[in-house]
Design a protein around this ligand. Sequence first.
Ligand code: AHM
Ligand code: MG
Length: 316
Amino acid sequence: MSVTLNSVAKQGKHGAAMMPIIQGVGRAAIEIAAVLRSAVFRGALGQAGSENIQGEQQQMLDVLADEIFFEEMRSTGFVCAVGSEEQEELLVIDEYTQADYLVLVDPLDGSSNLDVDGPVGTIFSIVRRKTANSDRPHVSDTLQSGQEVIAAGYVLYGPALMLVCSVGTGVNGYTFNSSNARFELSHPDIRIPETGGYYSVNESNSDIWLDNMGDNLERLKNKTGLGMRYVGAMVADMHRTLLKGGIFLYPADNKNNTGKLRLLYEAIPMGFVMEQAGGKAMSKNIAVLDIKPDTLHQRVPVYLGSKTKIDILLDS
Ligand code: AHM
Ligand code: MG
């Protein structure tokens, strides 16, 4: 008998509480994957004609993925609110304002890959509310550091549909088996290799990087001789880094002074997974998981990878 997503319930002290929400993520992933496969036939590729809170053009698929994810979180009955990269405000689930958990999500990460049939992903994290259950959930409930995250993970829409997650007891990867419609445990206890791997960064920005990252990357390349891979979809670049080793970076630059990636929707969930897999997640010289968020859509520089590679990068 194969091990499925139900096994999350047996993992650590939070597994049982997290299982229904992570199963909801799995249902959303199956639906989003189906929408991605058929988008071209439904006229759902291309821009939606709207902008998200960060002034970026939303793709139709960004909007659809956001709606699907929200509905699946609502249907769990365990989520009181969802903070999404695609929504300006926290979305409260009116039927379940008393529920214990909030979910933060980037519903369709790497959406610039959509027009070229490249890999994309969904990134999520789960926190427990700080306000009383009798109160309406508030944006302050989402502004918790990565040290308070209970579970996090990502979905990779690649040749196979994968859900990789952690409830704080290591990292497991599940692959969707379409013959029985289940996510089956295919990558148990993922640990990032300390040797080998690649460096992964949009190096075309190296002239405008801040924080001495140009020199830092040169030092890493000279000391390790790492090869380079870059998909431009964080989920795909993170997944390869996790399985093969190396480093993924999105530094601050003189156009994006605080970096491009969002603290709550990208940096913290991926930092949580990376650390649970034995790696390191830094933002300049601060651990990603130690940053206390100020706002829902805050951006930070991100460096994720194996401990030795991150230490060489930061000369620490
Ligand atoms: P998105 O959430 O709007 O898709 O943007 C985030 C993406 C990440 O997936 C990826 O790491 C990064 O943007 C790539 O940026 P660039 O094209 O500047 O290299
Ligand atoms: Mg994103």
